[in-house]
Design a protein around this ligand. Structure first.
Ligand code: NDP
Length: 469
């Protein structure tokens, strides 16, 4: 790939003096250079955003919505090239990259429909009290490497729709598709409204402490979320943090295992398990445990794991070496503690960060594979006998992103789902999301929510107006 990748600052393409290499995870080799922003680049991006803010804030919301739809059209027109870039740097199969870009386009169009409400709290002959929402100013967006285009969309589009300007910094593992997305958007947006900076290491931290930035929206690991929170404290930035999860699913004794096995498989292994709200711990009643585990293992053994360039690939490699090493260490730890592998379990010797889809049983709470977020293609299946005990084990995690109950008795399942300590609970499903419904983490899985009017309001400051007649 010989394309030159540039940041966009104040509407201009900017190539930095320094660069860093981007790795193709299917080959574990560098395939492109990305600009390494200096502190001066970040200052310039923030200054451009601040300068653009008053005009963008005062642009009527219908015009902002129109521009979001123009961006969606531009991404649609460029989707084939964008899918090649995304799948090469991220590792996901080409069809999955198209799926991610399609979802991003959908989210752009749905976000363009949002309008912040004006609420009337009191209205009588003496007083009127109204609650308005106003944009915050400049939003710093820091995104991860698992769904780079979609998560950038989730950050940027509501921020812009609310009337803010944005500086986005993608993960240094997957910066290129985001640079392209920002470039496509800048054809339609006024200068400075949306800027990108890329770099390894310090640039994210510099954003979180920058005095010209009013809010940080971050998706990534819980330790980095804590770091951001403390670094943002001096300037009292608003925060939306969407962090890690270790989602539990509980299968009740009356579940229809033929119906649910393929769904559980898809929700555990989609994107090779590298999804914050993937199904990561499966608790199955002892009466169904062996049969359901085997059905899921059959699907895992049949799955084709391979490079994005092969149209037959259904699942890609892990995105980076650190994640690959973590998944391998968790598998080794499970093996050392008596885990039984029904599928996968060992990485092959081929180049690239490939790990087979892995199903492991005879594991339980207290073991690393159950207690830690694996963020990879390895599903621990835990046997239980008492449903209250299973709920207690699901809730014992410090994480609280999502959770699910699987049963043919919807009423019972729904009542149990509401006992799960997490931001989203599903019945007979997992990890499905909607642009109209709030999504966020309980406990250590985050602060704030994304999507719908709740998500839009995270990018706005309330202003209460008291009028005395
Ligand atoms: P990080 O949370 O460290 O990185 C995500 C983003 O944060 C990147 O853009 C990174 O930039 C940036 N960043 C890193 N440190 C700081 C900092 N101090 N201040 C501001 N920004 C910073 O994730 P990792 O890549 O290290 O992945 C580790 C784990 O995170 C995974 O194993 C998984 O469990 C979890 N994760 C969760 C995701 C989710 O969707 N919730 C997504 C990805 C990972 P840079 O690339 O320059 O380091």
């Amino acid at each position: 790939m010989t394309q030159s990748h540039a940041m966009i600052i104040n509407g201009e393409r900017v190539e930095a003096a320094g660069t860093f290499g981007v790795i193709d995870p299917a080959r574990a080799e560098f395939f492109a250079d990305c600009p390494a922003a200096s502190p001066e680049h970040l200052d310039a991006a923030v200054a451009a955003a601040r300068k653009a803010f008053p005009t963008w804030r005062d642009t009527v919301i219908e015009e902002r919505a129109r521009l979001l739809n123009e961006i969606a059209n531009a991404v649609e027109a460029d989707k084939d090239a964008l899918a090649v870039l995304l799948s090469t740097e991220q590792g996901k199969p080409r069809a999955s990259a198209h799926g991610e870009i399609g979802a991003a386009i959908h989210w752009m169009r749905e976000t363009a429909k949002l309008r912040p409400p004006v609420e009337v709290i009191r209205d009588d002959e003496k007083n009127r009290i109204e609650v308005h929402r106003k944009p915050l100013g400049v939003v710093g967006s820091i995104t991860p490497w698992n769904h780079p285009v979609l998560i950038a969309t989730w950050h940027v589009m509501p921020a812009l729709m609310a009337g803010n300007c944005v500086v986005i910094k993608p993960s240094s593992y997957t910066p290129l598709s985001t640079l392209r997305l920002v470039e496509l958007a800048n054809v339609h947006l006024p200068r400075g409204v949306l800027n990108s900076v890329t770099g390894e290491g310090g640039i994210g931290r510099a954003i979180t402490g920058h005095p010209g930035i009013d809010k940080i929206v971050f998706t990534g690991s819980t330790p980095t979320g804590r770091n951001i929170m403390s670094n943002a404290a001096d300037t009292l930035k608003r925060l939306t943090l969407e962090l890690g999860g270790n989602d539990a699913a509980i299968v009740l004794p009356d579940a229809d295992i033929d119906a649910i096995a393929p769904v559980i498989f898809a929700k555990s292994f989609g994107n090779s398990g590298q999804t914050c709200a993937a199904l990561k711990r499966l608790y199955v009643h002892e009466s169904l445990h062996d049969a359901l585990a085997e059905k899921i293992a059959v699907l895992a053994r049949a799955a084709k794991v391979g490079p994005a360039s092969d149209p037959a690939s259904q699942f890609g490699p892990l995105q980076n070496k650190a994640q690959f090493d973590l998944v391998r260490a968790l598998a080794d730890d499970a093996r050392a503690n008596g885990g039984r592998f029904l599928a996968g379990g060992e990485a092959s010797d081929e180049a690239g960060y490939f790990f087979p889809l892995t199903v492991v049983t005879e594991v339980t709470d207290g073991m690393r594979i159950v207690d830690e977020e694996q963020f990879g293609p390895i599903l621990p299946i835990v046997r239980y006998s008492d449903v209250d005990d299973a709920i207690a084990r699901a809730n014992a995690s410090e994480n609280g992103l999502g959770g699910s109950i699987w049963s043919t008795d919807i009423k019972k399942a729904e009542a149990l789902a509401r006992r799960l300590e997490c931001g989203t609970a599903w019945v007979n499903d997992h990890s499905s999301i909607s642009p109209a419904a709030p999504f966020g983490g309980a406990k250590q899985s985050g602060i704030g929510v994304e999507f719908g009017h709740w998500g839009l309001e995270e990018y706005m400051q309330m202003q209460t107006v008291h009028i005395t007649r």
